[in-house]
Write a protein that binds this ligand. Sequence first.
Ligand code: G4P
Length: 526
Amino acid sequence: MSFSTEIAKRRTFGIISHPDAGKTTLTEKLLMFGGAIQMAGAVKARKASRHATSDWMKIEQERGISVASSVMKFNYRDFEINLLDTPGHQDFSEDTYRVLTAVDSAMMVIDSASGVEAQTEKLMEVCRMRNTPIVTFINKLDREGLEPLDLLTDIEEKLQIECTPMSWPIGMGKSFKGVYNLYKKELNLFKAGAKTNDFDTVKISDLSDPKVDELLGTQADELRDDIELLEGAADPFNLEQFLIGSQTPVFFGSAVNNFGVKELLDAFVELSPSPGPRDAVERTVHPNEKGFSAFCFKIQANMDPAHRDRIAFFRICSGKFKKGMTVRHHRLGKDVKIPNATIFMAQDRAHVEEAYAGDIIGIHNHGTIKIGDTFTTKEALKFTGIPNFAPELFRRIRLKDPMKRKQLHKGLVQLSEEGAVQVFKTLLGGDYILGAVGVLQFDVTVARLNAEYKVDADYVATDFQIARWVTAEDDKKMSEFRRLFESNLSEDADGFLSYLAPSAWKLSYTEEQWPDITFHKTREHI
Ligand code: G4P
């Protein structure tokens, strides 16, 4: 198979959703269609084990399991799919955001009873940074939920993306009859509890077809009214608009009943883009270029408790990876040979013989790889779009043995390089404030400080609630700001100045008062 065909058949995506919308259930069904798992429950079991995580050992055990699933590679039809896990629930973290910087498209799952929820809004903000194309699945139609049109309005208003239904539900909850596929002009009839995709599909000429009345009874006219209403209300699908992330095709179904999932997957592989060009500081890199390039978007530590190894996940942006190849680690200015990169299958990992743009490979890391690092065959490149995200939760770290300050510093610098947690050292007093996006990161950090750096530490509360990186063109203004806000200022692990605010109100007040200072939510363009 030719090099460009290999790349064209790849689809690399993540699922964005709020906890309990059905991401795990949907993932499982997608993997079953891809033949990657045979049995329902495999992904579920992993999630159940995640929920039990409270102490470090458990976290570690869970990591052993979850890493194989950080990327799930499977084949479907002629496509090679990389499904990247976007950790939710307690292990929601900056990693979740960063995974989205490594995908070419996303699938959004919405619970029909809840509409758009907080976590989806946050993840969507990240997708918007790169105009990631989004396919939407409205789930749980077998239950009573919000009216479909209200759901679309909710998505459009909260997420600022135009919705274009590809299918339309017929009833919901107890009266759920299935969906009408607007493009294929088919009725997909629902049957609860189906194990496979054995639903009846009935082709119709159009909605006036008497078969519609035969099959749907009194609900036939409801469907006709809905579609008439819809034709005035929603624009037809437009591939270009979808590819720039301004329109999302919407599907309705029920993941647990396997209903609508195959249609979703079929449309997804056909519509969503293959690996596209990516911007680097120097130039735009095209996937079909022969030279290999990749960047690190995630580091996973302690996957094997016996070895305390770490794996750096790289997204290949161009070219082809071959086992044993030598690449340049640009930050260190060194050539490194990669004898055994790992590729992640749904339930397994295997050594990679070769991999292409769009694929994710795992490389063993002995503390020399940082998030954002670039590996290429030769050319020096620095990919953009892998920012640090301002943390949303803060704790002040308390060292129990003051003699261990050096080790604490070392441990925190390393953990922040892995992207596990962000570290801010206050200008006044030199205390360490840790910032995270998910609360579990705090437990993981003290546990790892203890296990790997022999540092005994715990947390005390802090008043800080928001962090923003600050810059100014005018040095005088910055010195003035530094002087007045010294007790709110800190430096992150790379020495960037950050303002820590006690509330959103205080932040916006300070922003207003200091128009010459720029407050950055991500640390990319500083
Ligand atoms: P998540 O990963 O997004 O957090 O969601 P997950 O798939 O775990 O689903 C959350 C709950 O919603 C699960 O129920 C799951 O069975 C249920 N669910 C998923 N899809 C559908 C659907 O199409 N219809 C209905 N009615 N329910 C759905 P649970 O009670 O938390 O777990 P379980 O006991 O069913 O395993």
